[in-house]
Write a protein that binds this ligand. Structure first.
Ligand code: FPP
Length: 240
């Protein structure tokens, strides 16, 4: 179903808290349900041959939440990376992280490093987990790396353009083709700003725990019906 036109889907997994509140449950129950939904989606993404899936797991601003909620999420990440990812490893998924490790708990960093090492030679698909992440912060980190390479003579100014600059971002990923945000809000929320430049945007009312692989398939089908012109002209259709 998927060909070269669609390489990279990114998801802002919003609405876990509201999903839980609507059921009279604690916010943590929403995050647990969200992590189950993500596992199903990621496994499905490999089955349909999607090469890159990026997810917004925790923004730098999420540290403003209660200590209890932040700790619950960090424990959930550890559980996910150390236990639940077995199936993904079997399917040949490589896991990478975007974001800063500064300020993260040591046990979280260890679980992240372990899964990166274990999965580094996998080639079927890449799951990019954005954790302690902000898009503007990522661009600043990239500018700092570029600056260091320029100063040390490792790169020439002429070598860098809007495509090659991606090598300085946290991960060198292809542009995002589809951005999905669940949970009703219509915002980008500082997510992958450099990579989103031509993405088709899908804002879904569904809260993330209820977002299913079938819903993803419907979005992909819609994407294939959409004509993408990258600012140019499609001569077959537009020359009159
Ligand atoms: C936003 O919903 C969601 C988050 C801040 C956390 C996302 C995390 C998961 C889906 C857990 C699994 C992820 C990994 C990578 C293991 P919200 O809490 O802001 O919802 P609300 O807007 O309804 O309050």
């Amino acid at each position: 179903m998927i060909d070269d036109k669609l390489k990279h889907i990114a998801i802002i997994m919003d609405g876990n808290g509201r999903w839980a509140e609507a059921r009279g449950k604690k916010r943590s129950a929403g995050h647990k349900a969200g992590s189950d939904a993500l596992e199903k989606l990621a496994l499905h993404a490999v089955d349909i041959d999607l090469k890159y899936l990026s997810v917004y797991a925790f923004s730098t601003d999420n540290f403003k939440r209660s200590k209890e909620e932040v700790n619950y999420l960090m424990d959930l990440f550890i559980e996910m990376f150390s236990k639940n990812y077995k199936k993904m490893l079997e399917k040949g998924v490589k896991v990478v992280f975007s974001g800063s490790k500064e300020g993260l708990r040591e046990d979280v960093v260890k679980a992240m490093d372990d899964i990166v090492t274990k999965s580094q030679n996998n080639t079927n698909a890449t799951l990019n987990v954005c954790l302690n992440y902000g898009g503007r912060e990522e661009i600043i980190r990239a500018a700092e790396r570029y600056h260091d390479d320029l100063v040390n003579g490792k790169v020439k100014k002429e070598e860098i353009n809007r495509d090659t600059f991606t090598r300085y971002l946290d991960n060198d990923l292809p542009p995002i083709d589809i951005l999905i945000r669940t949970g009703k809000e219509k915002r980008v929320s500082n997510f992958m700003l450099y990579q989103l430049y031509y993405a088709e945007m899908y804002f879904e009312d569904t809260y993330f725990p209820d977002f299913t692989p079938e819903m993803l398939d419907n979005i992909i089908a819609d994407f294939y019906g959409v004509e993408r012109r990258f600012g140019g002209i499609n001569y077959e259709k537009d020359s009159r």
